[in-house]
Design a binder for this molecule. Structure first.
Ligand code: PNW
Length: 521
């Protein structure tokens, strides 16, 4: 007994010392990148034969649904400035660049009968420029800019979208697959389905919760899976790449130790991301039990003859299961979760939130970003990585997005604190046996933050949207990230010598947030 106590004490002691170490190394072969998305940076919205997307339509609607009435018509103008973008990646020393292809820039009407050569040229130029600079292109096929033509036919709620997406993917493999070896099919199914079809926070603002997000979920999963199978059957041998999906995951922590709050947090995780991850990554496949059970029960109570969650047939379950070479993880924050009597009447009936039956709240003690939904909770990131390892047999995880928003300014100590603490949590998870292979900062540069327009800045580089050449300037965080990549280490005391206060002051803005103190806890 006494010996056990001593051993336990020694283990705790070494774990404590470990977590306070100030310089930590990343595993051999670990890759670093930064991410963007087509609509958020490209501009060139109506140039050279590009078709319209649901975001072009959304931002040109009167009155505008966008906070600052802005559009992505020009955005960071990367359609014209991609060479400068690659120069920035070189300055930081990125191993890879994650960007997305605009479906209507390549296929103006959404269908594959007409390919827009100018669009193909643009992505060829970008890919070639990256390769010339030794930066690996990591391509997302769909980051939310659906061709409007397809939306007129129901978009992601029409089962035919599965084959339209496969046709589009085939064009991309044919045109770019000789040089692109890393693919993501879909960025964030939950945000596409719930935010776009179940609510009015993303285009196409369908706002038919309880119905539309579930139809969309099934179609997105099938579209992803069929593209994965297509790659396997026709391209993988020749092109020798990897292909997967990026799922956005929030960590839901029980607000208290009650059984109800634990169950609420579990249900929240299953509704938020298990709905998409379980069919692909679990051994059993299919939608998670909690989701199937809750929606079926509520649907029956409400007088629906069938569950509002569409069934996956045995063949569909088999088609979807195992279709990702890696777990693409986008993650930003955590929420406290509870379930009690106050839920009665809180949510619309039917609705996704009512089906889930959980309330999610913020903890006011967690550092707050410019984006209202974003708080810094590095231990939540750690728990999330361990949960993914436990639920899905320790898949290789590529963190495909993680980042922090400010109101602006070059001196971004709060962003630096966030990145350091999240990278530290990532290394804790690696020590715990999680197979994390890459990290991607969101974002390389400031961009159009969807409904929040240009009011939230996520960039390692500041973009001056008012200057004619959309001047890009590195923030202090870009210097910090550069050193992480150069040294393959996280050194919490590193201060860049070439970042001067003068250059920071020239932006004329100060940061309002301070970062937490995870390291010294
Ligand atoms: C991502 N959450 O969305 C998107 O992929 C980007 O396009 C976007 O610019 C970026 O985050 C910042 O908002 C999110 O659940 C998806 O907390 C989910 C969450 C946050 C952001």
């Amino acid at each position: 007994m006494a010996r056990l106590l001593v051993i336990g004490f020694l283990i705790c002691l070494s774990a404590g010392v470990w977590s306070k170490r100030k310089v930590r190394s990343f595993p051999e072969g670990f890759q670093f990148g930064a991410s963007t998305a087509a609509y958020q940076i490209e501009g060139g919205w109506y140039e050279d034969g590009k078709g319209l997307s649901i975001w072009d339509i959304a931002t040109h609607t009167v009155p505008s649904p966008i906070k600052d009435q802005s559009t992505g018509d020009v955005a960071a103008d990367s359609y014209h400035l991609y060479q400068r973008d690659v120069e920035m990646m070189n300055e930081i020393g990125l191993d890879f660049y994650r960007f997305s292809i605009s479906w209507p820039r390549v296929l103006p009407n959404g269908f594959s009968d007409r390919v827009n050569q100018a669009g193909v040229d643009y992505y060829n130029n970008l890919i070639n420029e990256l390769l010339k600079n030794n930066i690996t292109p990591f391509v997302t096929m769909y980051h939310w800019d659906l061709p409007q033509n397809l939306q007129r036919l129901g978009g992601w709620t029409n089962p035919l979208v599965v084959d339209w997406f496969v046709d589009y993917a085939r064009v991309l493999f044919d045109k770019f697959g000789d040089r692109v070896r890393s693919w993501i099919t879909i960025n964030e199914p939950k945000q596409i389905c719930f935010e776009g079809y179940g609510s009015d926070s993303k285009a196409p603002f369908l706002n038919m919760t309880g119905i539309a997000e579930y139809l969309c979920a099934k179609n997105v999963l099938l579209a992803h899976a069929k593209v994965y199978r297509l790659y396997d059957e026709e391209y993988r041998k020749l092109q020798n790449g990897t292909i997967g999906i990026s799922i956005s995951c929030t960590w839901y922590e029980p607000a208290s130790d009650t059984l109800d709050d634990h169950q609420a947090a579990l249900d929240a995780r299953q509704f938020d991301w298990g709905q998409y991850a379980h069919p692909i990554f679990s051994r059993a496949g299919d939608f998670p039990t909690e989701v199937k059970k809750n929606v079926a029960l509520k649907s029956a109570e409400q007088g629906y003859r069938k569950s509002r969650l569409p069934e996956l047939s045995a063949a569909e379950v088999a088609l979807i299961r195992g279709t990702s070479d890696f777990f693409g993880l986008n993650t930003y924050t955590s929420k406290l979760t509870y379930r009690d009597a106050s839920l009665e009447g809180m949510y619309a009936v039917p609705s996704y939130n009512d089906d889930m039956g959980a309330v999610m709240i913020k903890d006011p003690s967690w550092p707050q970003a410019q984006s209202s939904w974003l708080q810094e909770v590095p231990w939540g990131f750690f728990k999330l990585l361990v949960e993914i390892k436990n639920l899905y047999d320790n898949p290789p995880v590529l963190v495909t997005e993680n980042g922090w928003s400010t109101a602006g300014g070059l001196l971004d100590d709060d962003r630096i604190g966030y990145y350091r603490n999240y990278l530290n949590a990532l290394l804790d998870a690696v020590d715990e046996g999680c197979d994390v292979k890459a990290y991607t900062a969101w974002s390389l540069m400031d961009n159009f933050e969807w409904k929040n327009g240009y009011t939230e800045k996520f960039g390692l580089y500041e973009v001056d949207f008012n200057s004619p050449d959309h001047t890009r300037t590195p923030r202090k965080s870009a210097y910090i990230y550069r050193e992480v990549i150069r040294s393959r280490q996280l050194d919490i005391n590193y201060e860049p010598e070439d970042f001067t206060a003068e250059s920071a002051n020239s932006s004329g803005e100060t940061e309002k947030n301070s970062s937490s103190n995870y390291y010294y806890k």
